[in-house]
Write a protein that binds this ligand. Structure first.
Ligand SMILES: C[S@@+](CC[C@H](N)C(=O)[O-])C[C@H]1O[C@@H](n2cnc3c(N)ncnc32)[C@H](O)[C@@H]1O
Length: 285
């Protein structure tokens, strides 16, 4: 651990993240209901993700890598709906993936930031959603993932974009969101500030036909997205309180606000970026 402000790059070039890691300091998979939380997010975003993947041509014959696959909703829909040839779903903890196995789905437990992550082959689709924003050295990870794309294949990344600004009025929602982003950054290094740079990063990783889009599902009481944020705040409550930006009462108020008719808020968006690996790029995986 280096001694700079939370989120700073330490002398070793790795983001100072308060010593915690995703799945340990927060969002522990063994904590009851964590799979449900991931599924709420999936319910809000899977249709958007699948539409983009299908538009990029993902379909029969494609071998796919789903990085940080969570509960595997996208992996299974690739098989069931897009009819791909196979999916390798990778996660640091594969308990949810093992619970819902289907033919064509291979599961690998690996930390994608570590040397043990060596799939040993390349894929026509490499996909990662809501993963890289939580990890150190995201630029280097994008380069690593781009290397796993076969010539002519695509890399598709999705992560959150915070659409609030200094001028966004304080509401229970915006106050809680600010505390959440700060708390996650201080605790595990989550950093969404670089996400709008994705297109440039993919181009820098040698990909072509790079493009991006943002989707913001409506935040309505009782919606999967509303339940996702409420659950996310509950699970990151300690990190939020540690920022000093909120107290317990403010988090409780924000959770009630989300489910009330008073709620008038713009959710964080999901930025999806994609790029194609040039044909004839024969570098080893
Ligand atoms: C927010 S969830 C997203 C799950 C899924 N991609 C989705 O969008 O529904 C983040 C996932 O990334 C996984 N993850 C976090 N850090 C990881 C790492 N270093 N290596 C592999 N997986 C990781 C977590 O275990 C979790 O399943």
């Amino acid at each position: 651990m280096t001694g700079g402000a939370p989120g700073d790059l330490g002398g070793d070039g790795i983001r100072d993240q308060g010593g915690g890691r995703y799945g340990e300091a927060v969002f522990r998979p063994e904590q009851a209901g964590e799979g449900d939380r991931i599924d709420y997010g999936a319910l809000a975003y899977d249709d958007i993700t699948m539409a983009r993947l299908r538009a990029l041509g993902v379909g029969p014959g494609w071998r796919c890598l789903d990085v940080g696959a969570g509960t595997g909703t996208v992996s299974r829909r690739l098989l069931d709906e897009a009819g791909v040839a196979g999916v390798l779903a990778v996660d640091r903890d594969v308990r949810f993936l093992r619970e819902r196995r289907v033919p064509g789905l291979d599961v690998l437990e690996a930390d994608i930031t570590g040397p043990g992550f060596v799939p040993g082959r390349r894929f026509r689709l490499v996909h990662a959603r809501f993963v890289l924003m939580h990890l150190p050295e995201p630029d280097a990870l994008v380069t690593r993932l781009a290397e796993l794309v076969e010539p002519g294949g695509v890399l598709v990344l999705s992560d959150a974009v915070d659409l609030t600004s200094d001028r966004t009025p304080d509401t229970p929602y915006t106050v809680a969101m600010r505390a959440m982003w700060r708390g996650l950054k201080d605790t595990i290094g989550t950093d969404v500030s670089w996400v709008p740079s994705y297109p440039r990063v993919l181009r820098g990783a040698g990909l072509e036909a790079v493009a991006a889009e943002i989707h913001v599902p409506p935040l309505t009481p009782g919606s999967p997205l509303s339940r996702f944020w409420a659950d996310t705040w509950q699970r990151s409550r300690a990190a939020m309180l540690a920022t000093g930006l909120v107290d317990d009462a403010a988090v409780d108020e924000a959770i009630r606000y989300l489910d009330s008719d008073a709620c008038a808020a713009l959710s964080a968006g999901m930025l999806t970026v994609w790029g194609r690996k040039p044909e004839g790029d024969g570098a080893p995986a």
